[in-house]
Every structure is written in C-alpha cells, then in structure tokens.
Design a protein around this ligand. Structure first.
Ligand code: ADP
Ligand code: MG
Length: 383
C-alpha cells in the first residue's frame, strides 16, 4: 500500500475515487479470481467508518455481528502533550490515516468491493472537523462503488457494541453510554428505537476522568491511568461530592467533582501550590480511588433509577469508560441484586472505546430497514 499516494488522494474527489479503487488496495486479483465463482452469497457485508473524535477506524461486519475486520488508528500519542483532544490535530490525523485504515480493513476482511453491500459512517455527534473526514470518505466510496450509504449516530453505535453477542434483547432495556464526550441513558427497544432518558448537563464522565488525571499528573488518557492508580487507593479516603440533581433526575453533572478534586489539591482559593507534586504515591492513589468511587456511585444510582423507571429487564453498558473494571463490576452487582435480577450486556473491551465495528454492526439494521442516506449527508456536532 502506498500511503504517500493516499494522502495526496484527498485533495480532489476524482483523484480520491481513483486512489481508493480496488486496484490500489490490492483487491483486483482477488476480484478476478472470484468472478468465476457463482456461489450464492447471503451475508450482508457492511464497511463501517468512524472518525468522530480521536480514533480513525474502519471495519467490515457481516450480518451485524460477524466481525471480519476491525482497524483502529488511535491518536493518543498526538494529543498526549496537550492533555486532551485538539480538534484541528485530530482532523489532520484522520485525513492522513483514513485511506490506509479503510484499505487495511478491506484487506483483512478478505472481501472484494463487489462483496461489500453498503458503506456506513458515523456522521454525528462529535467534532465536526473530525467527522467530516469519515463522512467524505464514505460518500466518495458510496458514489464510486455505487453502494448505499448509511448514516450512523455515534452514540447509538456505542450502545450497539453491548448488543454484539446478543440476538434477542429482553425488553424493556436501559442503556448507559459513558464516553469521553458523552454520558447518556436510553430506553432501548431495538437497535434502531432509542429514547434518550437523560444525559450530562456539563462534563461527560470520561472527560472528568481525563481532567482529574491531568490534575493528578497521571498519564494521558486519564481513564485507564486513574483506574490503575485507584487499585492501590482507599475509595473512602476523600469524600468527593456525588451530584444527583434531585431525586428523580436522570441527568448527570460531573463538573462539580472535577472542581472538588482541584480544590483538594490546590486549596479553595486556588492560591496554594499544587500539592500533587509533594504527595506520596499512596495519597495520589487515595484521591484517584475516591474520585473513581464517587463517579461510579452516581453512574450506578442513575442507571438503577432509569432501570426502575422503565422496569428494565436488561441493562446495556458501552462507551470508553465502560472499559473500567470497577464500573463493570458495580453495574453487574446492581443488576444481580435487583429483584428480579436484571441481565447485563456489556460491550467487549476492544469495542468500548471508539471503533468502526459498532458502526458497521448498527448499519446492518438500517440496511434491513432500507434506511439509507444520500450524498447530501453532513457531519453534525450534535445528535
Ligand atoms: P470519545 O469518543 O467521546 O472520545 P471513547 O468512547 O473513545 O469516547 O472513550 C474515551 C474515553 O474513555 C476517555 O475519556 C477515556 O479516559 C475513557 N476511558 C478509557 N478507558 C477507561 C477506563 N479504564 N476507565 C475510565 N475511563 C476510561
Ligand atoms: Mg475516542
């Protein structure tokens, strides 16, 4: 694969169309070989594309659940020095990586262009200048290959990750999606029928993990670092606030706890030195464990609230923060101790953070329902 050619290909639709054709991704031979085969092909293969934030991802999934390939180019290293995702940097990196990532996903899946039934892309919500890279690639492929185009909501796709191994969803089902950019609760009737029950009114849970990790001078990305540090800490060492927003609210607020950690480390007037530099490993671990426990308590209580409200038989858990073992265990415990017990479906770890398997998987249901987009599809920050 010639990646120099690929990056040039982005500067004109015509060049891109040629650049991304099967000859350039080494599939022409395979295509010719298969041209003589008349075996009936029943599986629906969908190419999924994801560029909503800081991962460039592509995957081929058959019939919504058979993962034929999954390629993720993470930008963690690029954003590390800024302590968070810089949209402009993310967008440029997507432009560089989108072609090789798509080409690799197709190559790994060992499918020809003809065997791909549709091209799906996450077009909302996310960073617009990041989303637009995936949307442009998907529209170009759809046009050049004459395949239907499917628009996917990134959050709904996160939820789909939890359903990958489940053919029949026992209803009613409540879903908690916790990621770097979002924290949402849904009433989920089917992969395509989701009703938002509540969401964050300020920071997302993952964002709070990332910001607190920065305060504690733990490595980026913050979620895994806090989880690691918390293992050796005492979760009752510091009583951080648990914002419940009233007895019935299904919304979340995590900006207060972030400020509480900051005050704990810098003093209420923020004039003191950052005590983190002189803290022992144990003190840092205690703060990390106490912060993590507070966030998890809120997530679990709100999910239980939502589950009780709709009398949920099933709880779904997805998004980057769902990779956190303490959260997985706490939600499992909540489901087990409900009477009757609720079934927990949690996204496999590789599909918690952003990936394209979830996009291609959800797209299968839109494909079956005939819900296609056209070339006027746009990237949207919200959705
Ligand atoms: P987004 O698309 O909004 O960036 P992702 O689904 O890719 O979200 O998830 C990234 C977020 O998940 C980051 O905020 C990261 O800190 C958090 N995260 C990843 N692993 C863990 C973990 N083990 N514990 C807590 N948070 C985590
Ligand atoms: Mg991400």
């Amino acid at each position: 694969m010639d990646s120099r050619h690929l990056s040039h290909a982005w500067y004109g639709a015509g060049t891109l169309t040629r650049g991304i054709g099967p000859a350039n991704i080494g599939l022409m031979e395979a295509e010719e070989e298969r041209a003589t085969s008349h075996e009936p092909r029943e599986a629906v293969n969908i190419l999924g594309i994801e560029t909503s934030c800081d991962e460039t991802a592509a995957a081929v999934v058959a019939d919504g659940r058979i993962v034929k390939s999954s390629v993720v180019a993470s930008q963690t290293k690029l954003h590390e020095k800024y302590g968070g995702v810089v949209p402009e940097v993310a967008s440029r990196a997507h432009i560089e990586k989108i072609y090789p990532v798509i080409a690799e996903a197709i190559e790994q899946a060992q499918v020809t262009r003809d065997e791909i039934d549709a091209v799906a892309v996450a077009n909302q919500p996310g960073l617009t200048i990041a989303l637009v890279v995936g949307v442009t690639a998907a529209k170009t492929l759809s046009f050049a290959w004459e395949k239907p185009l499917i628009a996917i909501n990134h959050l709904h796709a996160h939820l789909q990750s939890a359903m990958l191994d489940e053919e029949h969803l026992e209803l009613p089902a409540v879903a908690l999606i916790v990621s770097g950019g979002h924290t949402c609760l849904y009433d989920c009737e089917s992969p395509l029928e989701l009703q938002l029950l509540g969401s964050t009114i300020d920071d997302a849970a993952g964002e709070a993990f990332d910001k607190v990790a920065t305060i504690l001078r733990l490595p980026y990305p913050g979620g895994p670092s806090i989880e690691k540090a918390a293992k050796d800490g005492d979760p009752s060492a510091v009583q951080f606030p648990r914002s419940m927003l009233g007895p019935d609210s299904l919304d979340f607020s995590f900006s207060g706890i972030k400020t509480a950690v900051l005050y704990h480390c810098r003093g209420q007037d923020m004039k003191g030195e950052n005590r983190v530099d002189s803290m022992s490993r144990q003190q840092i671990a205690d703060i990390a464990a106490s912060f993590q426990a507070a966030i998890i308590e809120v997530l679990v209580k709100k999910t239980l609230r939502a589950a009780e409200k709709i009398d949920a038989k099933t709880v779904l858990l997805g998004g980057g923060v769902a990779a956190n073992n303490a959260l997985r265990d706490a939600i499992q415990q909540m489901c087990d101790s409900s009477v009757p017990a609720r079934k927990l479906l949690v996204a496999p770890k590789p599909y918690c953070t952003d990936n394209a398997v979830m996009v291609a998987s959800l797209a299968y249901y839109k494909f079956k329902a005939g819900l296609f987009a056209d070339l006027s599809l746009e990237a949207k920050a919200h959705g």
